[in-house]
Design a protein around this ligand. Sequence first.
Ligand SMILES: Cc1cc2nc3c(=O)[nH]c(=O)nc-3n(C[C@H](O)[C@H](O)[C@H](O)COP(=O)(O)OP(=O)(O)OC[C@H]3O[C@@H](n4cnc5c(N)ncnc54)[C@H](O)[C@@H]3O)c2cc1C
Ligand code: SF4
Ligand code: SF4
Length: 423
Amino acid sequence: MKRYALREEMNDIVEPPRKTWFWELEAAVIEAERCVQCGVCVAVCPSNSLGINDLTNLPELVKMCTGCSLCWDFCPRGGLQYEATWPPATPEVELSSTAVEIRSRRDPADPYWKITGVDPAQGLGRVLDSFAVRAARRADGAQDGGAVTALLESLLVGGAIDGALVSKPSSDPDEPWKGVATIATNAKELRAASGSFYNQTMALAELDLSKYTLPAKPRIAVVGTPCEVEGLRAMQLRKWPTGAHRVEAVTLTIALMCTKSFDYERLIVQELQRTRHIDLERVSKVDVTRGRLVVEYLDGAVAVDEPIKAFHGAALKGCDECADFLGRGADISVGSVGSLDGWTSVIIRSERGREAFERARGALDFRELDDPAALLRLDALDKKIALSTLQRPFDVDGAMFIEFDEHVKNYTGTDRTPVFIRR
Ligand SMILES: Cc1cc2nc3c(=O)[nH]c(=O)nc-3n(C[C@H](O)[C@H](O)[C@H](O)COP(=O)(O)OP(=O)(O)OC[C@H]3O[C@@H](n4cnc5c(N)ncnc54)[C@H](O)[C@@H]3O)c2cc1C
Ligand code: SF4
Ligand code: SF4
């Protein structure tokens, strides 16, 4: 592969300035507290040089960095602007990447183009179908309509997939309500992993499938936050020298609509357990819904019901920069917004997504979305926050600063890609 060919393709870099080493990603993203714990850097590293720090749940170097630059290039808070994956470059997509690039250059002043690479008038993104969905047999602990678990169960039991990357509760009794990435290979494991965990799990690092019993050519569905789907799409769309992580095995992506995720310690331990004296043993559900954080006890009592902004300090800072609430790169996007309580809003975005939904049809009740405009409103708010965050100067810690290098342009032809330069 031509040196830097991948960077040229992804970011339109005419003269790539230089190699980027892991410690630059570390300084620019991880130490700057912008990491959203997606695990893309771990999954993309061809020399398997990255692992996850047990204490911080953040990426760390476990052996020598070769300077291949891929961890930086694919990091959603580094070189990968998610517009690089927009629109999904599958054959069904009508807009070619060139068309997007030309259109964005024609209107570089439009802030929506800068962040999303897409005309705001495109609303929900690519939509083949959209429904409010409820599982006919809802799993105990499902977050909304249980659509995700029911759909995956149908695919797994019907032999259309061999496993699903989901989040299960931590087995450590000291960490109740912490989600941990796992590959579920049967219905029981899937059901045990239903519900939402409001911490990031470095999910894509789990695509090293060696510890699971799977066929030689496994077909894996991935449930993840939009940032995880962005990284996965980017890896699937571009040739790169692979390591242990089986990115090519992913045959379906389901994005959980997401405006922010949280640090486990700061949200669950600090804010809920220590500050609000919540008995975690008695909690039946933690939910972020309609701009509020709601915690319910097993007896039905509401233990917490406060505006989500009261928990801003516990959220991942890097989420403020994210403008992809709707998970536009996924085969299917799901969320609670847009449907009545007890139902899941489902947007089918690709033929793969449609095929999966069709296979699961018998296990699902569905009807029209109740309030699609609510999805648009939350998407607009998410972008507004991202825009204001991106316009603020980044923190400067003395040794590092960020500037916009004119050689480094992102996919839309704007100059948003931050470059970190060592002084
Ligand atoms: C951090 C986070 C923020 C969210 N924010 C919003 C929001 O602002 N607005 C909105 O409408 N919806 C949001 N959702 C999505 C919503 O909470 C539900 O997950 C969605 O509606 C699907 O419900 P369900 O009953 O169909 O899913 P279920 O049948 O309960 O299945 C949920 C699936 O998601 C997996 N999962 C749970 N937590 C994670 C995680 N952290 N990372 C990866 N996979 C996970 C589970 O293992 C399970 O497979 C968010 C979800 C998360 C995890
Ligand atoms: S945001 Fe994702 S890719 Fe970037 S450093 Fe964090 S885990 Fe790695
Ligand atoms: S808000 Fe964006 S960056 Fe943060 S977890 Fe959700 S999708 Fe990822």
